[in-house]
Design a protein around this ligand. Structure first.
Ligand code: HEM
Length: 465
């Protein structure tokens, strides 16, 4: 009996380590059953370098190898051509089971090609250049100014947290219109439970990050749903986003159910909050570490302030577009901090790569290794915004630059993120500021700041005072 059990176990382990395919799999190892190589993959590392997990395997197996992460079979690729091909050929997002649970099984971003196309078009109306210009920049500007002033009064501000507050504040207003103070408070509270690390574990067990996130999700969805239904019943104005989503602006019929609309909006809150604040905090750290960059930014932003007829005049879209050096800094920061995969897909069909076959159903994770190719970027590990001089700063994707992914799942919030970062930097440079010494950036898939990411600013150091 025992020996039969052992044979079964060995067989199971053998099958796990040698998955069946229609061809030859790329080299690699699958680790332990179920857990795979997840823990090694997540070991924290210097954020400006690829992890030892990746480096070791590239040395051992070459730029394309197999592994198992988060309970799924996966292919990791450092090959840019393959990454772009996969991004174009596949439209199913490569997200973990915990992420699917969090985003909602019926989330339109995860549904059929048609619904995905529809939400992308819709998002473009909300967050594309026209939407940002006409309805976003003003709010981001006002919130950034307000929080910066608050920080100056306190003597410091946490960059990640402040960026998060700006994002949530701005999205909440666009989504809900004027919100009951109680509801706004409750919405802010939900974020406390949205901790990093939630995507790692695929089991929703009490005490885990996933469990807390799922609870927060439920609360937030309930709140959004209630606000929408109450406002609609009383004929009160919803925010501009819901007006557009429900097609009321153009006097069209309803295009999306309340349920789907709430889930769609929730996706923004979640994704936006997990990305921009971290990248922005890293960018501020890079600026702080490079005095010449800081000096050039100071010059650019002082010039914008000087050019204003009124000192307190808000930023315009033209001001934003005139921030050339700031945009060079943002691009450089996005390039150098991209030490994580940016093209994530589940393969829809078997895919042939040279002698190897990548099976349908496997997760594909494409790393932007090209960002560190010395033929494309001289001295690639150096933070040098001037390398972007004369380049198209508006492009969010190219053959050598994929911080926002590529193809059919290219980030829909890229323009919004870049604008928010630029506006934040502008307001930061209204003060003489310094980053708290000892700030470090590590990566455990996501960017982390173990010592925090505070900057010291004060009212006395306001430029032009
Ligand atoms: C600097 C900040 C950001 C970075 C680096 C970033 C990066 C990415 C990446 C790498 C992808 C996957 C693309 C792929 O697999 O090809 C993605 C997708 C996505 N991002 Fe962003 N993102 C950022 C900010 C935002 C913001 C602010 C929002 C929303 C307001 C947003 C919404 C989304 C959505 C909805 C998707 C899924 C798109 C789809 O499946 O069609 N992102 N992002």
């Amino acid at each position: 009996m025992v020996s039969l059990f052992l044979v079964k176990i060995f067989h199971w382990v053998y099958q796990w380590r040698n998955p069946k395919t229609n061809g030859k799999l790329p080299p690699g190892s699958m680790g332990f059953p179920f857990i795979g190589e997840t823990f090694e993959f997540f070991k924290p590392h210097d954020a400006l370098q690829f992890s030892t997990f990746i480096k070791d395997r590239v040395l051992r197996h070459g730029p394309v190898f197999r592994t198992s992460l988060f309970g799924d079979k996966a292919i990791i690729s450092m090959d840019m051509e393959l990454n772009l091909e996969m991004a174009k050929a596949n439209s199913v997002p490569g997200v973990t089971k915990s992420v699917i649970r969090l985003f909602g099984e019926n989330n339109l971003f995860l549904q059929s090609k048609e619904s995905h196309k529809h939400v992308r078009n819709l998002t473009f109306q909300l967050l594309g250049p026209q939407g940002l210009k006409s309805r976003m920049i003003e709010d981001v500007d006002l919130l950034a100014r307000t929080y910066m002033e608050e920080g100056a009064r306190n003597g410091y501000l946490d960059v990640k947290e402040t960026s998060s507050k700006i994002l949530i504040g701005c999205l909440a207003k666009k989504v809900m219109g004027e919100m009951e103070p109680e509801a706004a408070k409750e919405l802010a509270l939900c974020w406390r439970y949205f901790q990093s690390g939630w995507f790692r574990f695929f089991l929703n067990l009490p005490g885990t990050g996933v469990y807390k996130m799922m609870k927060a999700r439920k609360r937030m969805m309930k709140l959004l749903r209630k606000t929408v239904l109450t406002k609609r019943a009383s004929g009160e104005e919803l925010g501009e986003f819901f007006n557009i989503i429900f097609g009321e602006m153009e006097g069209e019929g309803e295009t999306m159910s309340v349920e789907n609309a709430v889930e769609y909006i929730y996706t923004f809150f979640l994704v936006a909050n997990e990305t921009t604040p971290r990248i922005l905090a890293a960018t501020v750290k890079f600026i702080s570490d490079h005095p010449k960059v800081k000096q050039e930014l100071q010059r650019e932003h002082e010039e914008i302030v000087r050019g204003k007829a009124e000192k307190e005049g808000g930023l315009t879209w033209e001001d934003y577009k005139s921030m050339h050096f700031t945009q060079m800094v943002i691009n450089e920061s996005l390039r150098i901090i991209s030490t994580a995969p940016t093209v994530l897909r589940v393969l829809e069909h078997d895919f042939q790569v040279g002698d190897y076959t990548i099976p349908a159903g496997w997760t594909f994770m494409g790393y932007p290794h090209i960002h560190f190719n010395s033929e494309k970027y001289e001295d690639p590990y150096a933070f040098n915004p001037w390398r972007w001089e004369g380049k198209d700063l508006g492009a969010i994707v190219s053959k050598t630059f994929i911080p926002f992914g590529a193809g059919r799942r290219l980030c829909v919030g890229a323009e919004f993120a870049k604008m928010q970062m630029a506006v934040f930097i502008h307001h930061l440079f209204r003060y003489r500021w310094s980053m708290k010494s000892g700030t470090t950036i590590i990566r455990s898939f996501m960017l982390m700041f173990p010592g925090g990411c505070d900057v010291q600013i004060s009212e006395d150091t306001e430029v032009d005072k």
